[in-house]
Design a protein around this ligand. Structure first.
Ligand SMILES: Nc1ncnc2c1ncn2[C@@H]1O[C@H](COP(=O)(O)OP(=O)(O)OP(=O)(O)O)[C@@H](O)[C@H]1O
Ligand SMILES: [Mg+2]
Length: 569
C-alpha cells in the first residue's frame, strides 16, 4: 500500500515534466534564433522517457491498489462472517436475511471499490493539484492566483453536494437490502406461494419495493445531476482566464509565450482534480454509507456471553481451539423460578422450576405455543432468562463458556435443518472426528439406514438446499443421527419424531432408550407414546408447569396428560 502511494506521488510529479519541456521547446527552440535541433531531440527524448516511466508506474500502482483491495475485502468478509456467527438468536430473530446478504456483498464491494480506485484517485488528484500550483506559481504567480479564483466556488458547491448525496446513498443501500430480502423470502417460500396461487400478489409486493428502489435511485441521480454540471462549468472559466489574463501578461512582457504554453499544458492539472472532486466526493459518500452499515454490524455484540472469563485450565480447553465436551458435566439440570419473554415482552415462561438428576429421561408435553421449545432454548442458552436461574450441575449456565455449554447440551431442533452437503457430512456435522463406522452406527440408531439404500449415492448423496429432496421424516432422522453421533451429556429431542410413522417411531424410541443411558435426556413431544420410558413427565401450559410425575402417576389424575392420552388411544 505504501509502495502504491509512493508510486502515485511519483506519477503526479512526472505529470508536470512534459508541459514544462513543451514550454522550453517553444522558448528555446521554436522562438529562439538558433533553433537548436540537438536540444530539441534531447527534450523530446526526455518527454518520451517520462511518458513510458509514468505508464509503468501507473500500471504498477493500479495493480498494487487492486490487489490490496482484494486482500482487504477478503479479510473483512472473513471477520464479518465470523462476527455474525457470534451473534445471538435474538439478532437472527429480527434481522432481514437480505440485509446481511447486502452487507456481505454489495456493501463490502463499495469498500473494495474505495480502496482499489477512489483512494488512489484522491491521492493522485490532490497531488496533481498541489504540484501544478507549485509549478505554475514558480513560473508566474499572478496567473496561478487567477486560476485559483474559482476554488472557493468549487469548494462551496462540493460541500453542498456532499451534504445531499450522503443520505441519498444511504437510502439506496437500505432499499437495496429490502429488495434482496423480498427476493430471498420468495425463493425460500416459493412452494407456499405456488400452493396458494399467490404469484400475482407476490409480484405486486415486489413491484412496490422495486418502485421504491427506483424512486430513491432517481433521487440519488438527481442530486448528482444537479451539482456536477456546475462544477464542470466553473472549470470552463479557466481557458478564458488563460487567454485574457495570460495574453495580457505576455503582451506586457511579464511572461514568455513558452510559459503561456506550459500554463495551457498544465490547465488539465487544474481542471481534472476539480472535475474529479465531484465524482470522488460522490464515491466517498457511497463508501461512507456502506462503511457505516458495516460498522453498525461490527458494533453489535452478543448479549448471551460469558459472564466472566471461564477457568480454561480446569476444563483443559485452550481458548481459540476446538471446545471439547468434558466429563466435568454430570447432567443435573435445575430451573429455579425461571421467567422469560422474547423481545416483545409477552411472558412466555412464568416461574418455571424443576430439578432433573443426572441420567434421567424427562418428557415434556403441552399444547402448541405453551413454551416447550423455549425451555430447550434457555437450557442451551440461546437466550438468557429474564429472572430466575438455570443451573447445570449446580452452576449457572451464564457461568459456562457458551460454546462449551452447547457442546455438552445437544439439541435436535423442531424444524430439522440440513446443509447442502452429503448425508454423511450432515450426520458428522457435530463430530468431525467420527469415522464412517461411527456415522453408520448413528445412522442405524436413528433409522436412517432404513432409507439410505433408496438414495442414489447412499451416504454420499447431497441433500439440503442444493441436493435431493427428502421427506420431513427422513430429514428428522438424519438430524437425530447427527445428535446421536455428537453424543452430548445432555440431549434435547424437540419433537424429533413428529413426522415419522408410528412403527419407525417405536424403533427410534428403542434407540433413544439405548443412547440415553448415562445421559440426561429431554423428550419434547405431542405424542404420549414418546414418554413410555421417561423417569419424569412435565406438562407445560401457558408457560407454566402444571403437572409433574411418572406416566403411571399422571394417568391416575384428571388433567391435560390424561386427556391427551385418552384422545390418542
Ligand atoms: N423467536 C421468538 N420470538 C418471539 N416469540 C417467540 C419466539 N419463539 C417462540 N415465540 C413465542 O413463544 C411462545 C412459546 O413458543 P414455543 O416455541 O416455546 O412453543 P412450543 O411449546 O414449543 O410449541 P410447539 O408445540 O408448537 O412447538 C409462543 O407463543 C411463540 O409465539
Ligand atoms: Mg416447540
Amino acid at each position: 500500500m505504501i509502495a502504491g502511494l509512493s508510486l502515485s506521488v511519483a506519477v503526479a510529479a512526472t505529470n508536470m515534466i512534459n508541459p514544462l519541456i513543451t514550454g522550453n521547446i517553444v522558448d528555446k527552440v521554436i522562438l529562439s534564433d538558433s533553433h537548436e535541433l540537438k536540444l530539441l531531440f534531447k527534450l523530446i527524448l526526455i518527454m518520451i522517457s517520462t511518458t513510458i516511466v509514468k505508464s509503468i508506474f501507473r500500471y504498477s500502482y493500479q495493480v498494487i491498489f487492486e490487489h490490496c483491495s482484494q486482500n482487504v475485502i477478503r479479510k473483512m468478509r472473513e471477520d464479518l462472517y465470523a462476527h455474525i456467527q457470534t451473534l445471538d438468536f435474538s439478532w437472527y430473530d429480527k434481522t432481514l436475511s437480505g440485509n446481511v446478504l447486502t452487507l456481505l456483498t454489495a456493501d463490502l464491494d463499495k469498500v473494495r471499490h474505495f480502496v482499489a480506485w477512489v483512494l488512489y484517485q484522491i491521492v493522485e488528484n490532490v497531488l496533481i493539484y498541489v504540484f501544478s500550483i507549485i509549478t505554475l506559481g514558480l513560473i508566474n504567480w499572478k496567473l496561478m492566483l487567477a486560476f485559483l479564483a474559482i476554488a472557493p466556488f468549487v469548494i462551496w458547491l462540493v460541500q453542498k453536494f456532499k451534504i445531499h448525496i450522503g443520505p441519498a446513498h444511504m437510502r439506496v443501500r437500505d432499499q437495496f437490502s429490502v429488495l434482496n430480502t423480498r427476493v430471498g423470502e420468495n425463493i425460500e417460500g416459493n412452494r407456499v406461494v405456488k400452493a396458494f396461487v399467490r404469484e400475482d400478489y407476490e409480484i405486486s409486493k415486489f413491484d412496490v419495493d422495486n418502485e421504491a428502489f427506483r424512486k430513491v435511485a432517481v433521487e440519488n441521480a438527481d442530486v448528482r445531476v444537479k451539482y456536477t454540471p456546475w462544477i464542470e462549468t466553473l472549470c470552463g472559466v479557466l481557458p478564458v482566464i488563460l487567454i485574457l489574463f495570460g495574453g495580457y501578461l505576455v503582451i506586457t512582457d511579464q511572461m514568455t509565450i513558452g510559459q503561456l504554453v506550459t500554463f495551457n499544458g498544465l490547465m488539465w492539472a487544474f481542471t481534472q482534480p476539480i472535475n474529479m472532486f465531484g465524482v470522488l466526493v460522490d464515491n466517498t459518500q457511497n463508501f461512507r454509507a456502506s462503511a457505516k452499515r458495516l460498522f453498525e454490524l461490527k458494533e453489535l455484540h452478543p448479549t448471551v456471553k460469558k459472564e466472566f472469563e471461564p477457568d480454561y485450565s480446569a476444563l483443559t480447553v485452550v481458548p481459540g481451539t476446538e471446545v471439547k465436551t468434558d466429563d466435568s458435566i454430570k447432567g443435573r439440570v435445575e430451573f429455579k423460578n425461571v421467567c422469560f419473554s422474547y423481545s416483545n415482552d409477552v411472558p412466555v415462561l412464568t416461574d418455571v422450576s424443576f430439578v432433573i438428576e443426572p441420567g434421567q429421561t424427562v418428557g415434556i408435553l403441552g399444547p402448541t405455543g405453551s413454551g416447550k421449545s423455549t425451555i430447550a432454548n434457555l437450557l442451551c442458552r440461546y437466550y438468557d432468562a429474564k429472572s430466575g436461574e438455570i443451573l447445570i450441575d449446580g452452576k449457572n449456565v451464564k457461568d459456562y463458556d457458551p460454546q462449551f455449554l452447547r457442546k455438552n447440551v445437544g439439541i435436535t431442533m423442531q424444524e430439522a435443518f440440513l446443509f447442502s452437503d452429503t448425508v454423511e457430512g450432515n450426520i458428522a456435522f457435530g463430530n468431525q472426528e467420527a469415522d464412517f463406522a461411527q456415522v453408520e452406527h448413528a445412522a442405524e440408531l436413528a433409522r436412517v439406514k432404513d432409507f439410505i439404500g433408496d438414495l442414489v449415492d447412499g451416504y454420499d448423496t447431497v441433500v439440503g438446499e442444493r441436493g435431493v429432496g427428502l421427506s420431513g421424516g427422513q430429514k428428522q432422522r438424519i438430524a437425530l443421527s447427527r445428535l446421536f453421533l455428537a453424543n452430548p451429556r445432555i440431549m434435547i429431542l424437540d419433537d424429533t419424531t413428529s413426522a415419522v410413522d408410528t412403527e419407525t417411531e417405536q424403533k427410534i424410541r428403542k434407540s433413544i432408550k439405548e443412547q440415553c443411558k448415562g445421559h440426561t435426556t429431554f423428550i419434547i413431544s405431542h405424542r404420549v407414546s414418546s414418554f413410555k420410558d421417561c423417569d419424569l413427565i412435565m406438562v407445560v401450559q401457558n408457560g407454566q408447569i402444571v403437572q409433574k410425575g411418572t406416566h403411571e402417576q399422571l394417568i391416575k389424575v384428571d388433567g391435560y396428560y390424561k386427556d391427551v392420552m385418552q384422545e390418542q388411544q
